[in-house]
Design a protein around this ligand. Structure first.
Ligand SMILES: [Zn+2]
Length: 217
């Protein structure tokens, strides 16, 4: 296997420098390092665990990085990819306002697949988590009253750990932008403090952004 010696690596068009402390420090069996800077030839994981995606290659069942970039894992699809650092595409930062689609939803938190940072579309896969305590100041009983799988939601990044972005909707401009009926998938219309499906009559709840239904996706 290729080993990488201790050295500083200057990344083109960026202020990032990569210092490797040792070539074997992260070579565990499930050596996946989400969010970490990786180098070409660096081991990301094995095909039994992950699905290789862009910026990677497979040799003898092991997934390696093809480029200098950040290793990303899509929590929903188990895909591992490397997001090239020379890319000019934006990456979410703390306090970025991001737009994404709600994926897996549970009673205490939901996963959000981020596709827009500010007004810019992203080409990498960034997954965020919105926890019930970061929805709003007031008490929320269940995430079921905030958003549902498939909804489009605007949130703010409040912190970042292992390339998973922790999100908040605690502002009147943040919240669901498009909500879909969980019975028939029709776009829901706001009605007083609830959401109504004009097709099947279903009534649901959401935490809406002030400009619900207006953002161009
Ligand atoms: Zn409906």
């Amino acid at each position: 296997m290729r080993s990488i010696e201790t050295k500083d690596i200057r990344v083109e068009n960026s202020h990032l420098y990569l210092t490797k402390k040792g070539n074997r420090m992260n070579q565990k069996a499930s050596g996946y390092k989400s969010g970490n800077l990786v180098l070409p030839g660096e081991r990301l994981g094995v095909i039994e665990e992950f699905i290789p995606d862009s910026g990677t290659y497979v040799k003898d069942g092991i997934i390696y990085s093809k480029v200098v970039g950040r290793a990303l894992m899509d929590l929903l699809s188990k895909k591992v990819s490397v997001y090239p650092l020379t890319h000019e595409s934006p990456v979410p930062k703390t306090s970025s306002v991001v737009i994404g689609q709600v994926g897996n939803a549970q009673s205490e938190n939901v996963l959000v697949r981020i596709f827009k940072i500010g007004t810019k579309r992203v080409s990498g896969v960034f997954t965020g988590i919105l926890h019930i305590s970061d929805v709003q100041e007031r008490y929320v009983k269940s995430m079921n009253d905030v958003c549902k799988t498939g909804d489009i939601i605007r949130t703010k990044v409040i912190s970042k750990k292992n390339q998973v972005f922790h999100l908040s909707t605690n502002d009147k401009n943040l919240g669901v932008l498009y909500a879909f009926c969980s019975r028939c998938s029709n776009l829901l219309e706001p009605k007083r403090h609830e959401m109504e499906c004009l097709k099947c009559g279903n009534i649901e709840k959401r935490k809406l952004a002030l400009d619900y239904g207006k953002e161009e996706i």
